[in-house]
Design a protein around this ligand. Structure first.
Ligand code: CUA
Length: 378
C-alpha cells in the first residue's frame, strides 16, 4: 500500500517511476544476456555443420521444454487460484488413483522422450561416422597448459603448431585427440615410448570451440575423435573446458579458418624449416637456445642440433614458426608484444602459474638475445 501523506500523489508518482525504472533496467539486462550474435564463444551461434547439428538438437529440446514448462506451470497456477481455500469450505472429496489420468501422464512424457531420443541418437551416429577421404587429419595433443596441433595426413606436410589450429573452410577436419603429461621419457630407453606409455601420468583436458562443436574430453591413454568444420573464414576462440591444474583457465587456443587456397599457402609456409639466424643479437639468441635448456623441451625443425625431444613427449611447443603465430603460452600472451615475451622468458611461473616452463635464471641480455632470435622464426 502506498503511504498516504500530505503530498500523497507526488510521493506515489516518484515511487512508481523508480519502480518502473528498476524493472526496465532489469529486463534490459536480462534481454542483453539473450543475444548470441557477435559473441566469440557462443555455442548458440554455430559456424559450421557439426555445431549446427548440435544446435538444432538444443533448439528442439529447448522448445519442447518451453511448452512443457508453460503448460505445467499454467495448470499449477490455475489449480492454486481456482481451488484455493476461500474459508468455511468443507474438506473436498479425497481421490486417489485415476487410471485414465495416470495412463495419460505416463504416455505423454514417454512420447516426448521418444521425440527427443530419435533425433538425438540419429545425430550422434551421424557425427560419429568415419571421416571421408576429403577430411583433413589433425592430431590434437593436450599438454600442460597448451594445445599442440600436428597435421598428420599425407596432405599435412608434417606441420606442427601450438595454440592455433588453422583449417580450410568447407572441409571436415578429423581430430584425433590425446592428452600428454609432462613426463619425460626414460633417457636410458632404447626406443622412444609409445604414445600410450608416455601418458600414464597425464590429466584430462577438454577441447572446446563453442562455435564449431561441442566439448570433447581428451583422456590420457585414449584417442578421442571428433569432427569440426567451419563455413566461413574467421577466428574461432576455444579453450580447455575440464579442470586440469593450476593454469587450466589459461589453456586457450584459436581455430583460424582460411579459404582453401589461403590455407594451402599457410601450410606450405609452415612446412618450411627454420632458417638459421644470420648474425648479431639473433645469432647469439640461437646459440643460447641450443646451449641452454630450451632445446630439451622445445623443437625447431631445420637444424639437427635443435631437433628436441619427440613430439609425443615434448613438454614445450615446436617453435619453428613461432613469430608467425598470434599467441603463445597456451594462447594467453600476444606474440607481437615483446614485453610479454620477455616477462615470460624472465619468469614463466610468475606470469603463468603451474606452467612446465622453468625459470632458467636468464640475464636481461640473454632474454633480449633469445627474444630477437624467436622473432626471426617467421
Ligand atoms: Cu587443460 Cu583445463
Amino acid at each position: 500500500m502506498p503511504q498516504r501523506n500530505p503530498q500523497g500523489s507526488v510521493h506515489i508518482t516518484a515511487v512508481t517511476r523508480r519502480r518502473w525504472t528498476a524493472w526496465t533496467v532489469l529486463l534490459g539486462l536480462i534481454a542483453a544476456g539473450c543475444g548470441t550474435n557477435g559473441l566469440p564463444q557462443s555455442a548458440l551461434d554455430p559456424a559450421g555443420p557439426v555445431a549446427q547439428a548440435q544446435d538444432d538438437l538444443w533448439e528442439l529440446v529447448f522448445w519442447i521444454a518451453v511448452v512443457v514448462f508453460v503448460l505445467v506451470q499454467g495448470m499449477i497456477l490455475f489449480a492454486v487460484f481456482r481451488f484455493r481455500d476461500r474459508g468455511g469450505d468443507e474438506i473436498p472429496k479425497q481421490v486417489a488413483g485415476n487410471t485414465k489420468l495416470e495412463l495419460l501422464w505416463t504416455i505423454i512424457p514417454a512420447l516426448i522422450l521418444v521425440g527427443i531420443a530419435v533425433p538425438t541418437v540419429q545425430t550422434i551416429f551421424e557425427l560419429a561416422q568415419e571421416p571421408g577421404d576429403e577430411a583433413l587429419d589433425v592430431r590434437v595433443i593436450g599438454k600442460q597448459y597448451w594445445w599442440e596441433f600436428e597435421y598428420v595426413g599425407d596432405d599435412g606436410q608434417g606441420v606442427t603448431t601450438a595454440n592455433e589450429l588453422h583449417i580450410p573452410t568447407g572441409r571436415p577436419i578429423a581430430l584425433a585427440m590425446q592428452s600428454l603429461s609432462a613426463t619425460q621419457p626414460d633417457p636410458g630407453a632404447d626406443e622412444s615410448p609409445e604414445l600410450g606409455q608416455a601418458v600414464s601420468a597425464g590429466v584430462i583436458h577438454s577441447f572446446w570451440v563453442p562455435r564449431l562443436a561441442g566439448k570433447q574430453d581428451v583422456v590420457p591413454g585414449h584417442t578421442r575423435r571428433m569432427m569440426i568444420q567451419a563455413d566461413e573464414p574467421g577466428v574461432y576462440p576455444g579453450q580447455c573446458a575440464e579442470f586440469c591444474g593450476l593454469s587450466h583457465a589459461r589453456m586457450r587456443f584459436e581455430v583460424i579458418a582460411h579459404e582453401p587456397a589461403e590455407f594451402e599457402q599457410w601450410l606450405s609456409a609452415q612446412a618450411e624449416p627454420a632458417q638459421a639466424a644470420g648474425g648479431g643479437l639473433a645469432a647469439q639468441g640461437q646459440e643460447l637456445f641450443q646451449s641452454q635448456q630450451c632445446i630439451t623441451c622445445h623443437a625447431i625443425d631445420g637444424y639437427e642440433a635443435a631437433a628436441g625431444a619427440a613430439a609425443e613427449v615434448r613438454v614445450g611447443p615446436n617453435l619453428t614458426h613461432f613469430a608467425s603465430r598470434r599467441k603463445f603460452a597456451g594462447g594467453v600472451f600476444d606474440v607481437n608484444d615483446a614485453d610479454q615475451l620477455e616477462a615470460w622468458l624472465a619468469n614463466p611461473q610468475k606470469v603463468k602459474a603451474g606452467s612446465q616452463m622453468p625459470n632458467l635464471g636468464l640475464s636481461p641480455e640473454q632474454i633480449e638475445a633469445l627474444s630477437a632470435y624467436l622473432y626471426t622464426l617467421e
